[in-house]
Design a protein around this ligand. Structure first.
Ligand code: GDP
Ligand code: MG
Length: 203
């Protein structure tokens, strides 16, 4: 039996959400910015530690807030499926403090608006554009401590442009999600490379 995990990728406009997803699934990157206007679902299948998972990766267009109720989610096509995702990737641009503020707000709303134990859903905060790190607004260590210790979320920095740590971030999130048993049922790409133990391959 193959497990299905839905992952919502959320962040301010232009931080690189679509680029991360495209690099992960298609090994492709474009310098040109094409804003994502409607929600897009990608369905790669991956193997992690010998187990196969079907992912439902939601490329969420800019939303002003996390949907506070099921009816609000239903009314706004852009955020369909966001409330019930099994895990979240919250992306910010390490050179843009506003994009970090946005992630902070969304994380808070996820915790407040998902009910009961589902508020403990796996959340991975991702600092993208690591290749531009000379322009970063806060040292990596300070962000990492805040995110991990205070927010209790995972933290990874990556560069979608250079495909650096892109596989790692999905592997990290999957690892947390699987460990917490946030699974649904279902079928099967390979997550390439990664570390030798904890292997993750996109087929
Ligand atoms: P989205 O609005 O969050 O989906 O952002 P996009 O993925 O469309 O990317 C916005 C812009 O940032 C595009 O011009 C990309 O080429 C650029 N971009 C994305 N990732 C990176 C990165 O890691 N490094 C650099 N230097 N530029 C990036
Ligand atoms: Mg986009």
């Amino acid at each position: 039996m193959v497990e299905t995990l839905s992952i919502a990728v959320i962040g301010a406009p232009g931080v690189g959400k679509t680029s991360i997803i495209r690099q992960f699934i298609y090994n492709d990157f474009s310098e040109a910015y094409t804003p994502t206007r409607s929600r897009y679902v990608h369905r790669p299948s991956v193997i992690l530690n010998g187990n196969m998972y079907e992912l439902k990766v939601l490329d969420v267009p800019p939303i002003s807030s996390f949907p506070a109720s099921a009816s609000q989610e239903w009314l706004d096509l852009r955020c369909r499926g966001v409330r019930n995702a099994n895990a979240y990737i919250l992306v910010y641009d390490i050179c843009c403090v506003e994009s970090f503020e946005y992630v902070k707000m969304i994380r808070q709303q996820i915790v407040e608006n998902r009910e009961g134990s589902s508020s403990e859903v796996p959340i991975l905060v991702v600092g993208n554009k690591r290749d531009l790190q000379r322009q970063r607004f806060m040292p990596r260590r300070a962000v990492s401590v805040l995110v991990k210790k205070t927010w209790k979320c995972g933290y990874v920095e990556c560069s979608a442009k250079f495909n650096w740590h892109v596989v790692l971030l999905f592997k990290e999130l999957l690892g947390i999600a699987v460990a917490r048993g946030m699974r649904q049922n279902h079928t099967s790409i390979r997550l390439q490379g990664a570390l030798q133990r904890n292997r993750c391959t996109v087929m």
